[in-house]
Ligand binder design. Structure first.
Ligand SMILES: [Zn+2]
Ligand SMILES: [Zn+2]
Length: 519
C-alpha cells in the first residue's frame, strides 16, 4: 500500500497560525464575488406521487419507489428511488435537505454535549425563510469611527477591512432571498448554527495541556441556493451577533480585479475536493486550498501563502468554493466532511451497517483460545463490557468482546495469552507479534463510500483501520487511507481514521479481518 504523499507532505501548516504576520498585499485576485446563479428552477414536487410511508424510522426505509427517513428534528423526508441515469429529484413532506456536514472523529455521536447546536453531524435543511446575504456596496473611510457610523446607519451585514489607521474599507451586504446561510464556528452565540470545537486526536501528543483552541469563533459560512441543484458555497469567516466580520490590520487582504476587497482569516479555512469524488473506486486526495472571505480559492505553498495568491486559477473548475459530495473542510482543529443530498442517497443506511454485524454474529465467530463465541454489538445485542464481571457464559462477558491482532487480522476474544513487552501480543494462529485491540464498528453511515448496499446479499467484507481497530468495509478503509487531512497546526497532512481521527499507520493503514467460524 502506498500513499501518495508527493506534494502534500511538504505542506507546512505552521504558516496558518502565523498568518497574522503576513504582509499587507495589493495583489490582483480573480473575482469571486459574483455568484453564478445556475439554478434551473426544476419543479420538484409536481410530477411525483407522494408515497405514504408505513413507518418513519430514524434509519430510513425503502418502498418500491421511494426512500423515506426522518431527520434529527423528526421532519419526514421522502426521496423518490434513485435511478442512476436520471437526475436525482426529491419530494419533501415538510422540508428539503441540502446535505450534511459530518465532523471527522466522532463515529456517529458526541459524548458530553448538551448543546443542540453542537453535535457530530449537522443537517442543512432549506430554511422556512431565506436568510442569505450578498455584497452590495463598498465604502472607503478614513477612520474606524467613520466606519462605525456608516454601519450604525445601515445595520445590515457588513465586512470591515482595516487597512491602516487612516484607511478602512467597509463592504455592506444586503438580503438575498435566493440563498440560505449557515454559519459554523466555536462560538456559542446564536449567530452560529453549528458549533464545532477542536477534535481531540488520540495519538497526537498534547504539548501544552492548556493549549488554546485554534478554531475561530466565527469560522466560516456556507451559502446554499434555495433552488435545485442547491449549490452550496463556502466562505471564510462568519458574521457575529452584530452581523459584522472584522479583518484587522494584520490580516492578509487584497483588492481583486473588480476592485473589491477580499482577505483571509487568521488560521484559515481550507478545502479539498477529492479527485474522482467520494464514492469513486479510484478516488484520491487532491490539493488542499484556502478559501477567502469572498469565496476565492487559492493554493497553499510550503513557504508562505502570499506569493501563491497570484496563482489562482479560477478557470479551473476544480478550484472553486462550491461544495461537492466528499469535499473536506478544515477549520484548523476540526475537519468536516460535506455530503451532498445526491451522495447521501447512495450511502449505506444504519440498518445496512447493523445487518453486517448481525451477519457476523450469525456466523458465530469463535475465539480459538477461549473457545467462546464472539459477539458484536447490534441494536438487539448489547455491547459486552470490559468491566462487566458477569459470568463467562453471559453474552456480556468480556471474553466475548471481539479483538484483533493488527499485524495479521486474526480475530480473537479478550484473553491474556501471548503478552509480550510494550503490550504487544503474539497471535497464537500465525505467531506474528503486534498490537491487539478491540474491534469497534464504524457506525456513522455518512463516512462510508460504499454504494452497493441496496442488494442486501451484498454485505461487505470487514476490514479494520490500524492502529485503532475501527471496523468498516474494504472500500471505505481504502478510501480514507488515501485521503490526507491536516492535523493540528504543525503535524502536516496524514491519512486518518474517519471514526476517531487517529493518524493511520503509514504502512498497512488497514487490515482484513479473519474470523474463525464456530459451529
Ligand atoms: Zn494471526
Ligand atoms: Zn478509528
Amino acid at each position: 500500500m502506498t500513499i501518495e504523499t508527493s506534494n502534500f507532505m511538504k505542506l507546512n501548516l505552521r504558516s496558518r497560525s502565523s498568518s497574522r504576520e503576513r504582509p499587507l498585499t495589493n495583489l490582483q485576485i480573480t473575482n469571486s464575488l459574483i455568484r453564478t446563479n445556475s439554478c434551473n428552477n426544476k419543479k420538484l414536487i409536481d410530477d411525483i406521487n407522494l408515497i405514504n410511508p408505513s413507518t418513519s424510522s430514524s434509519s430510513g426505509s425503502y418502498t418500491s419507489s421511494s426512500y423515506t427517513e426522518s431527520d434529527s428534528n423528526n421532519n419526514l423526508l421522502i426521496y423518490p428511488k434513485i435511478d442512476s441515469n436520471s437526475e436525482p429529484r426529491r419530494l419533501n413532506a415538510t422540508c428539503i435537505k441540502y446535505g450534511e456536514l459530518v465532523v471527522l472523529g466522532y463515529n456517529g455521536g458526541l459524548k458530553n454535549s448538551n448543546q443542540s447546536r453542537r453535535k457530530s453531524k449537522f443537517v442543512l435543511n432549506r430554511r422556512d425563510l431565506p436568510n442569505g446575504v450578498k455584497p452590495c456596496s463598498q465604502h472607503v473611510l478614513q477612520t474606524q469611527q467613520e466606519a462605525d457610523n456608516l454601519i450604525q446607519k445601515n445595520p445590515n451585514h457588513s465586512v470591515t477591512y482595516t487597512l491602516s489607521r487612516n484607511q478602512t474599507v467597509v463592504v455592506q451586504y444586503t438580503s438575498d432571498d435566493k440563498t440560505d446561510m449557515f454559519q459554523i464556528g466555536r462560538s456559542s452565540e446564536s449567530a452560529i448554527d453549528f458549533i464545532v470545537l477542536d477534535t481531540r486526536v488520540p495519538n497526537l501528543k498534547i504539548l501544552n495541556q492548556n493549549q488554546q483552541s485554534t478554531i475561530s469563533r466565527f469560522s466560516c459560512r456556507i451559502v446554499v441556493e434555495r433552488e435545485y441543484p442547491y449549490t452550496a458555497r463556502i466562505y471564510a469567516a462568519g458574521f457575529d451577533a452584530t452581523k459584522r466580520i472584522f479583518l484587522g490590520e494584520k490580516a492578509t487582504k487584497w483588492t481583486n480585479e473588480k476592485g473589491e476587497m477580499d482577505g483571509v482569516t487568521t488560521n484559515g479555512v481550507l478545502i479539498m475536493h477529492p479527485t474522482n469524488g467520494f464514492i469513486g473506486n479510484d478516488s484520491k486526495s487532491n490539493e488542499w486550498m484556502e478559501v477567502s472571505v469572498c469565496g476565492a480559492v487559492f493554493s497553499l505553498s510550503e513557504t508562505r501563502l502570499t506569493p501563491m495568491i497570484s496563482r489562482v486559477q479560477t478557470n479551473n473548475p476544480n478550484k472553486n468554493n462550491i461544495l461537492r459530495d466528499g469535499t473536506l473542510i478544515d477549520l484548523c482543529g476540526a475537519t468536516l466532511l460535506w455530503r451532498s443530498i445526491e451522495g447521501l442517497q447512495k450511502t449505506p443506511t444504519k440498518h445496512y451497517l447493523d445487518m453486517n454485524l448481525e451477519y457476523l454474529n450469525n456466523l458465530r465467530p469463535q475465539c480459538p483460545v477461549g473457545l467462546k463465541t464472539l459477539v458484536f454489538q447490534t441494536e438487539s445485542t448489547p455491547m459486552p463490557s470490559m468491566d462487566t464481571m458477569s459470568s463467562s457464559s453471559s453474552l456480556n462477558s468480556p471474553d466475548r468482546i471481539p479483538m484483533v491482532y493488527l499485524k495479521c487480522g486474526h480475530v480473537h476474544g479478550n484473553h491474556e495469552w501471548g503478552i509480550k513487552k510494550d503490550n504487544d501480543r503474539e497471535c497464537p494462529l500465525c505467531r506474528k507479534v503486534g498490537p491487539y485491540v478491540q474491534l469497534v464498528m464504524g457506525v456513522e453511515p455518512s463516512l462510508y463510500t460504499d454504494t452497493d448496499f441496496l442488494n442486501m446479499n451484498n454485505l461487505f467484507k470487514p476490514y479494520a483501520f490500524r492502529p485503532c481497530g475501527h471496523m468498516a468495509s474494504e472500500k471505505t478503509c481504502k478510501y480514507w487511507s488515501r485521503i490526507l487531512v491536516p492535523q493540528g497546526t504543525t503535524q502536516g497532512l496524514n491519512s486518518i481514521c474517519p471514526f476517531c481521527s487517529i493518524t493511520l499507520c503509514k504502512e498497512q493503514p488497514y487490515v482484513k479481518l479473519i474470523f474463525q467460524e464456530g459451529v
